[in-house]
Design a protein around this ligand. Structure first.
Ligand code: BV8
Length: 254
């Protein structure tokens, strides 16, 4: 007698096997096994601040040193982390020419990139990039920056000398139109997976519904149910770093 979980894994593996195009939306839960704090998990709290209080242009204008200290803390934390089995399976799928697999992520930790994910769509930017806060013409294009900002020497825009900011998308800010267009195109697929996300933050949380409306088979992988659980065709309660390798083994087994 095969278990309910085994039945779900086989059902999803057969959908992926038959698919020409698969799109995977990921959130902080995919990096949890690497030691990266999630947003809404218990360790998501930094001091007494909620992420939404720090990840806004208003918070940066009010206290840039505090916001930079938070991003430096996260850079230091992520620098000591490595991609886990979930990142590795998705990277291999994205390199596999037999089927188009696109990864759309809300994560800014770049662990998908470090795992070798091809054509990654980063909806919310990168922890490891910086750009001009004043939005000066030259400073709009983000530059790579792995430094940990010192409170008394905050990063400056090399073009206008103004304050520089992390090149991430803050709450209340629009996403990059090119990224949204690529993600919207990717939502036209045979199978749409949403993995390790609480499906609360928009527009990222809206793509599963778009994919389903376009006929995709939709599935969720999460430790717990989310607002997407009632929407998707299949909701698998499990850890991404266990479930994705299990699906991959089934795909490789026959
Ligand atoms: C915008 C970068 C246009 C910064 C981030 C419609 C309805 C309601 C609100 C809105 C709406 N449209 C817009 C809004 C406002 C807002 C929003 O969505 N607010 C929410 C809070 C309600 N959206 C915006 O502001 C967006 N911009 O819409 O612009 C506009 C402009 C003005 C006015 C209107 C519209 C910009 C949103 C992007 C913000 N930036 N990150 C930074 O990182 O510092 S969002 C950030 O939080 C992450 O990137 C991610 O997107 C989100 C956190 O969510 P998750 O990644 O899912 O993480 P979380 O901790 O919540 O959950 C982890 C999950 O994993 C859990 O379910 C857990 O069970 C699971 N899990 C844990 N371990 C595992 C696991 N699962 C599997 N395996 C495991 N091992």
């Amino acid at each position: 007698m095969i278990s309910g979980m085994e039945q779900q894994l086989r059902a999803l593996a057969s959908r992926v096997r038959a698919a020409r195009s698969v799109t995977v939306m990921t959130g902080a839960g995919v990096s949890a096994a690497s030691g990266v704090p999630t947003f809404r998990g218990p360790e998501g709290l930094w001091r007494t601040f909620r992420p939404e209080d720090l990840a806004t242009p208003e918070a940066f204008a009010r206290d840039p040193a505090l916001v930079w200290e938070w991003y430096s803390w996260r850079r230091t934390r992520v620098a000591s982390c490595r991609p886990n089995a979930a990142h590795e399976v998705l990277a291999r799928w994205s390199q596999d020419a037999s089927r188009q697999v696109l990864v759309v992520t809300q994560n800014v930790d770049d662990l998908h990139l470090r795992a070798g994910t091809r054509d990654l769509i980063r909806l919310h930017g990168s922890l490891w990039e910086t750009k001009c806060f004043n939005g000066c013409v030259a400073g709009v294009r983000a530059w790579r920056d792995e430094d940990v900002a010192a409170p008394d020497r905050l990063p400056r825009c090399p073009h206008c000398g103004g304050l520089a900011r992390p090149a991430v998308v803050w709450f209340g800010e629009s996403l990059d139109t090119t990224d949204v267009e690529r993600a919207t195109r990717a939502a036209r697929c045979d199978v749409f997976l949403t993995v390790g996300t609480s499906a609360i933050v928009y527009p990222a949380a809206g793509f599963a519904r778009i994919a389903q409306a376009r006929g995709a088979f939709t599935a969720e992988i999460n430790l717990e149910s989310t607002p997407a659980s009632s929407l998707v065709d299949l909701s698998i309660l499990g850890a991404a770093e266990d479930v994705l390798p299990a699906i991959d083994r089934l795909l490789l087994s026959n």
